[in-house]
Design a protein around this ligand. Sequence first.
Ligand code: GLN
Length: 284
Amino acid sequence: MYIKTIFREVENLLEQASIPSPRRTAVWILCDIIRCSPAHLISREGDRLDQNHIIRIREAAKRCVAHEPVQYVLGHTEFGGLRLHLSPAVLIPRPETEQMIEVALEAVGSGSTLKVLDIGTGSGCIALSIKHALPAAQVTACDISDTALQIAKKNAKKNGLDIRFIMADLLSYDFVHTVGMGYDLVVANPPYIPDSEHSQLPRIVRDYEPGIALFCGDDPLAFYRAIAESLGTGLLSQGGTLVLETHVDYADSVGMLLQQKDVSQVQIKPDFAGLPRFVIGKLL
Ligand code: GLN
């Protein structure tokens, strides 16, 4: 079978199943399995594939048709130029989060030897990207999930990035004691989807991504409140910067919460879609 024939077959299957971006997903599956770059796929479309490749491509396509995210099917993704191993124990990094990292880097300036904390690191995408951009920074990443930490550690090792990993529960009374104090930059993309929105999420998210990383119970501010409280016990250094990703409906509330905790220069920044998504502030 020719590459172009199996490509059309996979694209059609994905399209019929209403999978978002069927063409891009088909390119992703084929390139991963036959090990070629998207740019080379067209020039190779007349090549014949062996049976083993065809079987693997069809198996991957079948899982995607069942609404399993292609990143879990293939077991990895690209994020800000880093290759990250993924499993359903961690959220698939979103383009918005890549944007949050830009916001954070812009807020702290470059070349500084910062002490950085990423709360709820998941795959490690934020911590790794910051360490990659600021090699002199001392980056700590924490998560409540041991499985997530194992994945983040593997990702740090594979990308040659030296990061300290700690298991910690943001909602626990001893959070600051566990992760330490005096960070110059604290970043977090905590769970922010209220349980009541569960049924509104696309199946691809709802059925496969980890609920522990997505849902915040009934209180959409629960995790932000815990972060704000920990500022009072020295989590952030004087002059330190806080950068948080939020639900579009609650960015204003998170901003107000921080102002109540004496965070200065609170700003709300929009994501690519122009929606209020990132809250930044400084402890002066
Ligand atoms: N942005 C993610 C989504 O919409 C949610 C991430 C989170 O809860 N922190 O699926």
